[in-house]
Structures are given as structure tokens and as C-alpha cells.
Design a protein around this ligand. Structure first.
Ligand SMILES: Cc1cc2nc3c(=O)[nH]c(=O)nc-3n(C[C@H](O)[C@H](O)[C@H](O)COP(=O)(O)OP(=O)(O)OC[C@H]3O[C@@H](n4cnc5c(N)ncnc54)[C@H](O)[C@@H]3O)c2cc1C
Length: 489
């Protein structure tokens, strides 16, 4: 009898263990389980917030740097904070809004505005028919195509704008509506398969190629790559029609103390603050547990959520590694994550002599073409009321089909461009080339990369979140964490 009971107990244990190994959507999880979150950026901290709100309080956020915020990095100069990373949001940043509410803060930063220059530094007004009489037919055509874009996104591509990429390659949508209530939505729509193709091809297929001239500013200039290489799914999930119009109408949010402040406030409010300076050397997953070696000591967890990079194809100077380098990565993880590439997006923070300070931020459209790789695409003046504050420049130095421009070459090109623009830098005070916008290319997107990774959620007691799973902006990553918690915890 005792043997029978023991066997039954073992059998139940094995079943339970097996079920734990592979969390299913909607499965009820033990609220006391120990959850490790890697990364104290928007994705990791918001995962902590949503877990806490759902009653999971036994989570630990491990951050390798001595600050939270990740790519929301807002250092201080002369008593004010400038932006080395994320700058702005839009009114449809619902997850960021959740964070603001949780922390009792709001988007109280300086209003954004910008003008345009050509590559020779001449101020232009490319969308104004009065200033471009010869381009009126082209501008009218563009207007028509933008209207068409609005229509096809609403009808032919219904379901295109939900967070994440589940089902797209199979012509399905499955997630939560892009509305304040984020109601669950799902359905089939064969047309969604078009989102796998590069955005340029998508526009040509739909006869809306001139729409690219509008989408390019908040996409390529913001470091997200070129339309002939990046799948339309990324472009349109970030720049859904409403968001694009918010950029056109400069209906944007900023934060007085910088975007980093949002995440500092969230960290301060969480029951478990991020553990800074956490150097993870090893992660082993065995027997239904996750063993994380942090600063030389082994810690035991039940589940792990990775919001840090999954794969970095080259060695980086900042020491950042992909998860496959320090985890006991399995073959399916290695195989899938090796498809990830990222953008080389360089930011320089500089000062000018007062007389050289630009009156406003500038977009340099000519330099957003891949033929002008490495050139200054946009420079940002944050504070209107002073000329002794920091300005920032933005440049991309890699395209899928061309070799990477070396960092210092690109830096010099940008400084030369500033002279051409009539706003030379007197001093560079900060700079970085950040691991930016991880993504896969069309072939892998179309081959169901996202559905394969989504099917692995919970396998090995591991969940994958952060930029790669949705898109490289604050809200998409935080929103993905919300949905991950909603779906699996
Ligand atoms: C120049 C620039 C401009 C941008 N502009 C905007 C904008 O205007 N609006 C917008 O919404 N977004 C913008 N973004 C993008 C936005 O900042 C990111 O998409 C967002 O921060 C991603 O959040 P995340 O948590 O997924 O990743 P990250 O912010 O990269 O955070 C990941 C965290 O993980 C940590 N980490 C990495 N490896 C490990 C490890 N092994 N162990 C522990 N911790 C680790 C990192 O240090 C980091 O803190 C911009 C980014 C940059 C760089």
C-alpha cells in the first residue's frame, strides 16, 4: 500500500514537473514561484509591474549596469537631462501610460518641433505645395496614397497593428487590440502575410509607394533601418496609421527629466527594486529549476524572463552578450536566435558655440537614403530656452547588403555634416553605438520565426520578451511584457 502511494506520488510529481516545464497559455501558475527577470529596461521593469499587479511578488530583476532604463538613458548636463536614447512617445503608448499611472507621473517634457534641411544644409519645406510648386502633382499623389494607406490598413490588413508578430506569417492575428482597453482579438486574414515582405515591396504591391516619404522620418531617421530590408510587419506595428499621423502632426510626448526617469520612478515604486551591477556568468535550466550565477553566486528560480539581447552576432566593445552566450542554450534556441540582426545606430551629444546653436531640431531627408549611410539623419535640440545645452545627432552605419561603416569614420562624417548644416560642434560630451532594434529579415519572418519562438515560450522554464518580440520602442516592449504576463502567469 505504502509503495503504491509512493509510486502514485512520484507519478503525480513527474506529471506536475512536466507541466511546469512547458507553461501553457492560460495555465494557472503558483503565485509564490520565484521569477528571475534579466534586464532592468522598459521590458524588464514593466514585467515586474504587471507580475506584481497580478499577485506575483517573488520576482527579482537583474540589471548588469549601475542604472535602470536600458536604452532610455537621460544623463544630466548643467542641471538638465538630455536624451542619449529614447526621446518621445505618442498618445497611444498605453503601456507607458500604465507605468505613468502606477508611478503618479506624466509626460511633462519640452514640446517637440522640427524643420528640414537638405544634405547641403539648405532649409527646405518638402511637404509644402506653396514652397514646391513644381512638386504639386507629386504631393497630390502622395496625399491620395496616404489616404489609400489608411483605407487598406483598416480593411485589407485588418489585425495588422496588434502588438507582437504571432500568426502573421500564417495569415492570422492573435493578441490584444491597440486600444486603451486592449481587448483580446484574433482572426484569420491571409493578407497579413504581406507584412513579411520588406516595407518597400509592401508599398509597391499596394500602390502606395509615396507613403514611404512620410513613414521614413520616424522610421529610418530613428535608426530602424531601410525600407528595402526591414519587413513591413515591424514598420506598421510601430508606425500604425494613427501613430504616423501623430508624428506628422507633432502630437508627441516627452518627459522633463528624460525617458530614463519613467523607469527610475517605476523601479522606485516596485516592491522589488532592480538589483544593479548584476553580472550573470551562467544560467542553467535543469529539473524544473533555473540556476543563475550572479556575481559568482548561484541563485535558484522557478522561471526566468529574458528581456536582454537573445543573440548578438559580433563581439561588442560594451561587453554586452546574447543570452545564448551565457545560458545553457538548447539547439532550437541557438538555431532560431542566430537569425537575429540589429542596427548600428550612433548617437553623439555635443555642444556648440551660442552663435552656432540651431534654432530647432532638423531632419536631413537626403541622408536617410541607404546611399548616404553613415551621414547625419537628424539632430535634436531639446531645450528652446537655452543655447548652452546639449544637442544630439543620429546616424545609421549598416545596411543588410553593405559592409558596416567603422564607428570612428561615421562619427567624423556626422561632425563634418554638422559643419555643412551650419551648426558645428564645439565639443562632443557623450557618445554611444547601441545594440539597437533587434529584428529578423523577411525570409525568416515569412518562415514563421515568430510562431516558432512563441511556441517555445515557457519551454525550459524560460520566457522571451524585450524588443525582439515586438518592436524596439518603449511602449511595444512594455506592452509585450504586459501580454506575456497576461498570457502565461
Ligand atoms: C537613440 C535611441 C533613440 C530612441 N528613441 C526612442 C523614442 O523616441 N521612443 C521610444 O519609444 N523608444 C525609443 N528608443 C527605443 C527604446 O529605448 C527601446 O526600445 C527600449 O528601451 C527597449 O526596452 P527593453 O527593456 O526591451 O531593452 P533595453 O532598453 O535595451 O533594456 C535592456 C536592459 O537589459 C540589460 N542587460 C543586457 N544584458 C544583460 C545581462 N546579461 N544581465 C543583466 N542585464 C542585462 C541592459 O543593460 C538594459 O538595461 C530609442 C533608443 C535609442 C537608443
Amino acid at each position: 500500500m505504502e509503495l503504491k502511494l509512493r509510486l502514485r506520488y512520484n507519478y503525480v510529481n513527474i506529471i506536475q514537473h512536466f507541466m511546469c516545464l512547458y507553461a501553457q497559455e492560460g495555465e494557472v501558475m503558483d503565485k509564490n514561484m520565484k521569477i528571475c527577470i534579466i534586464g532592468g529596461g522598459p521590458a524588464g521593469l514593466s514585467a515586474g509591474m504587471y507580475l506584481e499587479q497580478k499577485g506575483y511578488e517573488n520576482y527579482t530583476i537583474l540589471e548588469r549596469l549601475d542604472r535602470v532604463g536600458g536604452k532610455c538613458w537621460s544623463p544630466e548636463y548643467n542641471g538638465r537631462r538630455y536624451e542619449m536614447g529614447a526621446i518621445m512617445g505618442v498618445p497611444s503608448y498605453y503601456a507607458v501610460h500604465d507605468v505613468e499611472e502606477f508611478c503618479g507621473i506624466t509626460h511633462d517634457g519640452p514640446k517637440l518641433n522640427r524643420n528640414y534641411k537638405n544634405k547641403n544644409g539648405k532649409v527646405i519645406d518638402p511637404f509644402n505645395p506653396k514652397k514646391n510648386p513644381l512638386k504639386v502633382p507629386q504631393l497630390l499623389k502622395m496625399k491620395k496614397q496616404i489616404k489609400k494607406m489608411a483605407e487598406i490598413l483598416e480593411t485589407k490588413y485588418q489585425g495588422y497593428d496588434i502588438n507582437g508578430h504571432r500568426g502573421v506569417a500564417e495569415g492570422r492575428y492573435d493578441g490584444f487590440a491597440c486600444t486603451p482597453g486592449r481587448e483580446p482579438v484574433s482572426g484569420t486574414n491571409e493578407n497579413l502575410k504581406d507584412l513579411c515582405m520588406p516595407f518597400k515591396d509592401f508599398c509597391e504591391k499596394n500602390g502606395v509607394e509615396l507613403a514611404q516619404d512620410v513613414w521614413i522620418g520616424p522610421f529610418t531617421a530613428f535608426g530602424y533601418g531601410y525600407f528595402d530590408e526591414i519587413p513591413a510587419g515591424y514598420v506598421l506595428k510601430y508606425l500604425d496609421f494613427q501613430t504616423t499621423m501623430n508624428f506628422v502632426n507633432v502630437n508627441l510626448w516627452t518627459w522633463e527629466n528624460g525617458t530614463q526617469y519613467i523607469w527610475e520612478c517605476l523601479d522606485a515604486k516596485l516592491k522589488n527594486h532592480a538589483r544593479l551591477n548584476s553580472e550573470i556568468s551562467k544560467v542553467e535550466r535543469k529539473d524544473g529549476k533555473v540556476y543563475v550565477t550572479v556575481n559568482g553566486k548561484v541563485e535558484e528560480y522557478d522561471k526566468i524572463i529574458v528581456t536582454a539581447p537573445l543573440y548578438i552576432p559580433n563581439k561588442r566593445d560594451d561587453g554586452q552578450q546574447g543570452m545564448v552566450d551565457y545560458f545553457d542554450a538548447r539547439d532550437d534556441e541557438k538555431e532560431l536566435f542566430s537569425k537575429i540582426d540589429y542596427e548600428r545606430y550612433d548617437v553623439q551629444a555635443f555642444l556648440t558655440k551660442p552663435e552656432d546653436h540651431p534654432e530647432i531640431s532638423y531632419y536631413v531627408f537626403d541622408n536617410m537614403a541607404k546611399e548616404r549611410l553613415g551621414h547625419l539623419m537628424v539632430y535634436y535640440r531639446r531645450w528652446k530656452d537655452s543655447v548652452d545645452q546639449v544637442l544630439t545627432t543620429y546616424a545609421l552605419r549598416k545596411h543588410k547588403n553593405s559592409s558596416e561603416i567603422p564607428y570612428n569614420t561615421c562619427k567624423q562624417m556626422v561632425l563634418d555634416d554638422l559643419k555643412t548644416m551650419g551648426n558645428p560642434a564645439s565639443e562632443v560630451i557623450n557618445e554611444w553605438s547601441v545594440y539597437y532594434f533587434p529584428h529578423v529579415f523577411s525570409e525568416d519572418y515569412a518562415a514563421g520565426w515568430y510562431d516558432k519562438v512563441e511556441a517555445m515560450q515557457g519551454k525550459y522554464d524560460t520566457f522571451y520578451a524585450g524588443e525582439i518580440m515586438a518592436f524596439g520602442d518603449m511602449d511595444e516592449t512594455a506592452e509585450y511584457s504586459r501580454e506575456l504576463v497576461e498570457r502565461f502567469f
